[in-house]
Design a protein around this ligand. Structure first.
Ligand SMILES: NC(=O)c1ccc[n+]([C@@H]2O[C@H](COP(=O)([O-])OP(=O)(O)OC[C@H]3O[C@@H](n4cnc5c(N)ncnc54)[C@H](O)[C@@H]3O)[C@@H](O)[C@H]2O)c1
Ligand SMILES: [Zn+2]
Ligand SMILES: [Zn+2]
Length: 393
């Protein structure tokens, strides 16, 4: 089959690789019909290079048609249309049974000290071949895949794989309600969808912040207040004026470690990408080389006693946060990869024909898998108005 493979820092290519096979009775094989590109793939593209091997197949936002199932997979059958959650979880362990599928004790990566395995997401998370490919082997398929109806375009359901549950969890963790104020930092797919979901849940004062004009425009058109952080010297003051002088009740950081505005850290992080793997591995895990501009801004913009909900992915562990300041402001902080299956039933009512979240038109680009390398470049550089790219293998 053809698959998008990682080849090195900022280098991916479409190669012919062996077709995936059923290996366990809980596996399924899916013929991929759509597979999206995510901000998380950008971390692999560059910063997380030490944790990838040449040839690794990327991608964790797939949907398609079931081809084959193992003996223990009974809720789906060949021919069914399914969306595949980006986390791989068993559905029945201690963690899964309380809605913490990202911590699944069946697929947890104890050797690296990380949580549940993820598709196409480094050695830290099981090095499981990803879904930017013609076919995908789905482990734990007796639980993971979500069966969806036929008769509407893929885009209606595709984002159940990651964007929708991630944004839903970000909003849930932000603990907002009608009458409260919410700042969303970063208006890529995750921040964008977080704004849409908060609005649907009745939060009126939603403020989106992103330096990219077309990303702000998508949400201004849906009634959100938007701020260009490069056009004002004092984002804090602008936000305070919009929130009764106190700061926002909650801030969602949907930026992560690609943050703009962290030059010294960026230099350090770029350097890490060029170090020998063993050294870079240590630096990434232990040292404060993170790009933290957005996270620090989140701590500024939240009011005292407010909540910061972190969905952006960060690396490193030395001084990753302004703890002194967080403690003084008594901020509540919630974070983590999205527990996809936990939120699916809450989201499905919003995926009807009236399309309140605008999922049908959410993607800016649909491209053949063969054109994936150029699409990675476009998405990283944010050219051609790219916000969400969907591959059609
Ligand atoms: N928690 C999860 O389960 C989960 C799932 C998917 C993605 N993510 C993470 O969420 C983050 C966003 O993903 P995405 O797909 O939307 O990616 P993206 O890279 O398209 O979006 C990031 C946005 O942040 C903006 N930005 C950069 N610096 C900023 C700054 N200083 N202030 C304000 N905005 C700034 C960028 O212009 C961009 O629009 C990534 O870190 C990704 O890894 C987490
Ligand atoms: Zn993703
Ligand atoms: Zn489990």
């Amino acid at each position: 089959m053809r698959a998008l493979t990682w080849q090195g820092k900022r280098s991916v290519s479409v190669e012919t690789v062996p077709d995936p096979q059923i290996q366990e009775p809980t596996d399924a094989i899916i013929k991929v019909t759509s597979s999206a590109l995510c901000g998380s793939d950008l971390h692999l593209y560059e910063i997380l290079a030490p944790f990838l091997d040449k040839g690794d197949v990327l991608g964790h936002e797939p949907m398609g048609i079931v081809q084959e199932v193992g003996a223990e997979v009974t809720h789906i059958k060949p021919g069914d249309r399914v969306v595949v959650p980006f986390n791989i979880s068993c559905g029945s362990c201690f963690m899964c049974s309380q809605g913490l599928q990202t911590q699944c004790e069946t697929t947890q990566n104890r050797d690296t000290g990380f949580g549940a395995s993820l598709f196409g997401y480094t050695k830290l998370y099981g090095q499981v071949p990803g879904g930017q490919a013609e076919y995908l082997r789905v482990p734990q398929a007796h639980y993971g895949p979500v069966k969806v109806p036929d008769g509407v375009p893929d885009d209606r359901y595709l984002y159940l794989s990651d964007v929708l549950p991630t944004a839903w969890q970000a909003v849930a963790y932000a603990d907002v309600a009608p009458g409260k104020s919410l700042v969303v930092l970063g208006l890529g797919p995750i921040g964008d969808m977080s704004v849409r979901i908060a609005q649907q849940l009745g939060v009126e004062n939603v403020i989106g912040i992103d330096p990219v004009p077309e990303r702000r425009a998508r949400l201004a058109a849906r009634g959100a207040t938007v701020i260009d952080p490069t056009a004002t010297d004092d984002v804090l003051q602008v936000v305070q004026e919009l929130t009764g002088g106190r700061g926002a009740d909650a801030v969602i950081d949907a930026v992560g470690m690609e943050a703009h505005g962290s030059s010294p850290e960026k230099a350090a992080q770029t350097m890490v990408g060029f170090l020998p793997d063993a050294v870079a591995d240590k630096l990434m895990r232990k040292s404060g080389v993170d790009r933290l501009a957005a996270l620090h801004l989140a701590m500024d913009l939240v009011r005292r006693g407010g909540t910061v909900s972190l969905s952006g992915v960060y690396g490193g562990s030395a001084d990753p946060m302004p703890l002194l300041y967080m403690f003084d402001k008594q901020i509540q902080l919630r974070m983590g990869q999205a527990n996809v299956k936990r939120w699916v039933d809450d989201i499905l009512p919003f995926l009807g024909d009236d399309d309140p979240l605008g999922v049908d038109g959410f993607a800016t680009h649909h491209v053949p898998l063969e054109e994936a390398p150029a699409a990675y470049e476009m998405f990283q550089e944010k050219t051609d108005g790219a916000v969400k790219v969907v591959f059609r293998p």
